[in-house]
Design a protein around this ligand. Structure first.
Ligand code: ATP
Ligand code: MG
Length: 179
């Protein structure tokens, strides 16, 4: 049960850090309620330590962590603009990744290419490749008509894509990245 798991993690973290029960409890509350938590305190008080001890015991969640510095920019945290989303006729990468039909057609094409590579006399594979290429092209064109021209951000592996996010040393980041 979630309650037992959480209590067990809290107990473990408490056994690693001395006198940080309140912080450990607050982290648990933030995680359970999906709230943000801002931790402010004097240096060397085990703030980062406790967060990291807690985080590493949480499995099955996408985590994002970054030690912020002057060099940290918005793109490093939130993702960068997908240039393909601005090019007429192109399809944003995110749209392609999330489209089940497109992924399936690509997979079939990859398989046909693999079969053809294994045996270049395999005419059936060559015909399948041709048919699938045409289908994919057509489908891509359709997607570009539906989704082209909308600026999109590639967020894979960045904050918008994460379940748990730990930004350490937030005051070191430039103002633009903090907002
Ligand atoms: N109460 C504590 N229990 C166990 N270890 C501690 C405790 N306080 C400090 N430490 C030790 O001190 C180290 C430094 O702490 P940590 O880097 O987490 O501090 P911090 O509060 O994040 O400081 P800063 O504000 O400078 O980032 C920890 O890695 C840990 O080994
Ligand atoms: Mg710290």
């Amino acid at each position: 049960m979630l309650r037992d798991k959480m209590l067990a993690v809290m107990e473990e973290v408490n056994s690693e850090a001395a006198e940080r029960r309140e912080l450990v409890q607050t982290i648990a509350l933030a995680l359970l309620s999906g709230s943000n938590l801002f931790i402010l305190g004097a240096p060397g008080q085990a703030k980062s330590f406790v967060v990291n001890e807690f985080r590493k015991r949480i499995t099955g969640a996408k985590q994002f962590e970054r030690l912020l510095s002057r060099q940290t920019d918005e793109e490093a945290l939130f993702g960068r603009l997908d240039l393909a989303s601005l090019i007429p006729g192109a399809v944003p990468a995110q749209v392609l990744e999330q489209d089940g039909t497109y992924r399936m057609l690509r997979q079939e094409l990859a398989q046909a290419a693999e079969d053809f590579r294994a045996d270049s006399a395999d005419n059936a594979a060559a015909t399948r490749m041709q048919g699938l290429t045409e289908k994919l092209e057509q489908y891509r064109k359709g997607l570009s008509l539906l989704h082209g021209g909308t600026p999109m951000t590639i967020t894979a592996g960045k904050i918008p894509d994460a379940h748990i996010c730990f930004l350490d040393e937030i005051f070191s980041a430039p103002v633009a990245a903090r907002q």
